[in-house]
Design a protein around this ligand. Structure first.
Ligand code: AHR
Length: 518
């Protein structure tokens, strides 16, 4: 045996010993001549609630902190989020928004009252991160502001004053107060959420009760900054529940000149069966993996169901369906504080993120905005922090890899890969979307859902080269930690065409985003 054959025998041995299953070949074609809707960049929005260590520690450390910061906002978190091109951040909640009184969060830090955060651990809310700090933060990361006003325990007057305070250029008492607090220029607020989960923590209102509140808040909470329009988003359905969808869309259809909205919110989390969430973030097996992927894919039928109701009242699709809370909600990290909703983030989360984004892209004509819950240290986070340390999660890497899909034009993809089965659960083996990017390139996002076998894509294309990143890891529950921050990290890869075909091999449980180039 010569050296070459000895080496290949060794390689075959290694391959066999790790038990890599045979890669199924999947033919795939991008229909470049059938462009669809724009995949709105706002679909890649984030959510930062005053919850656990999401805002305090995760974003705000205060100007006197030894952690490097700019006016109290951590520099490392800002740098990481800038790379994600975050389009918008939803704040201050969540359930917190319906107990938030904005006046507590303005003026000199030393004068701000300590209040309570009864929803999330009953901790003290120091109010040191308020309107000006939030606006500073979104400006530092280059995002737009999505502010949820308090409908549950506030008043229309309080919400109207907040928007006047933030947006008027006229020398009103509130504008002068804003100037005295350091911001003479009016702010531009792109999105206003009128309440949060008014069917639950936001006041347990019936759909009709909420519709009555909506008319009042949508009328009186005004944006006065003519240079920066504000889109208004109403509370909508909880998962499959259609009561709010019908009632709010009917109210909108029957509206008079005095009020209007631009969006209807939907909340749907990947929880698995039962409440409270009990699926572990790490140390899970293939069955738990398959179960949660299955729950994730329900997003598709939810968007179809609510979209069909919206079509009845709004065939022109003027009102956007805004999925402003989504993601995996798992059992909390053992030992973490109750109510802080801290959880690790694994390769499974990366796949959950990719599949949700793919589903939003397929419904992009109606679904034009979304916010993953939540940005830092809470639920399916982009970033985890511990004191001065920071780690980027697998979900972060998916959002980063998908940046070229922001404002790209959807292109249909044809493929038939068959199913991956686990017990009674049958899932598609792979998922794929494509789009024409603003850079003129054709972009492909491929997910190998199968946790047991690689897949070999055979792409029919005129392109000469495919280049991009693959996110993969040894196990379905591989995570990044402060000690090992790059266990799940994207790797570059490139493939060249042969004839009119390009072959792309994806390992089990992996996500790839690639550009096709001539
Ligand atoms: O994201 C955590 C919580 O989930 C939000 O505060 C609430 O809106 C939802 O129930």
């Amino acid at each position: 045996m010569n050296l070459k054959s000895a080496l290949s025998a060794l390689l075959i041995g290694v391959t066999a010993s790790v038990g890599v299953a045979h890669a199924q070949t999947v033919a795939l074609k991008v229909e470049t001549d059938k462009p669809g809707a724009k995949i709105d960049r706002q679909l890649f929005g984030q959510f930062a609630e005053h919850l656990g260590r999401g805002v305090y520690e995760g974003v705000w450390v205060g100007p006197d902190s030894p952690i490097p910061n700019t006016r109290g906002i951590r520099n490392d978190v800002v740098a990481a989020l800038k790379d994600l091109r975050v389009p918008n951040v939803r704040w201050p909640g969540g359930c917190f928004a319906d107990e938030y009184h904005w006046r507590n969060g303005i003026g000199p830090l030393k004068d701000r009252p300590a209040t309570l955060n009864p929803n999330w651990g009953g901790v003290i809310e120091p109010n040191t991160f308020g309107t000006h700090e939030f606006m500073d933060f979104v400006q530092q990361i280059g995002a737009e502001a999505y502010i949820s006003v308090n409908v549950g325990s506030g008043t229309p007057h309080e919400a109207a004053d907040w928007f006047e305070y933030m947006t008027t250029a006229q020398p009103t008492a509130l504008a002068k107060q804003r100037a005295a607090n350091g911001h003479p220029e009016p702010y531009g607020i792109s999105f206003m959420g009128i309440g949060n989960e008014s069917w639950g923590c936001g006041g347990s209102m019936t759909p009709e009760e909420y519709a009555a509140q909506l008319r009042i808040y949508a009328r009186y909470t005004r944006n006065y900054n003519a240079d920066h329009p504000t889109l208004k988003i109403a509370v909508g359905p909880d998962s499959a529940n259609t009561g709010y969808t019908e009632a709010v869309m009917k109210a909108w259809k029957e509206r008079n000149w005095s009020w209007d909205i631009d969006g209807l919110s939907l909340h749907y989390y990947t929880v698995g069966a039962g409440w409270p969430p009990k699926f572990a973030a790490t140390g899970f097996g293939e069955q738990e993996y398959a179960t949660l992927i299955n729950y994730t894919l329900r997003m598709n039928e939810l968007l179809a169901t609510h979209g069909a109701i919206m079509d009845k009242y709004d065939p022109e699709k003027k009102i956007a369906l805004v999925v402003d809370e989504w993601g995996a909600w798992l059992a909390p990290t053992p030992g973490s504080k109750e109510g802080f909703l801290e959880q690790q983030n694994s390769v499974r989360d990366a796949i959950i993120a990719a599949l949700n984004i793919n589903i939003f892209a397929r419904h992009a004509d109606r679904v034009r905005m979304a916010n993953i819950a939540q940005m830092v240290n809470v639920l399916q986070a982009m970033i985890l922090t511990d004191q001065d340390k920071l780690v980027l999660t697998p979900s972060y890497h998916v959002f980063h890899m998908y940046v070229p899909f922001q404002d790209a034009t959807f292109l249909p993809v044809t493929f038939d890969a068959g199913a991956y089965a686990n017990g009674d659960i049958k899932l598609p083996k792979v998922d794929a979307i494509a789009a024409k990017g603003k850079d003129g390139k054709t972009w492909l996002a491929l997910t190998n859902i199968d946790p047991t076998a690689p897949v070999q894509f055979e792409l029919t294309t005129r392109a000469k080269r495919a280049a991009g990143k693959i996110l993969s890891a040894p196990k379905i529950d591989s995570v990044n930690t402060f000690a090992a921050p790059a266990t799940v990290a994207p790797k570059s890869f490139e493939a060249r065409s042969s004839g009119n075909k390009i072959a792309l091999k994806l390992p089990p449980h992996s996500v790839a985003v690639i550009a096709l180039e001539d």
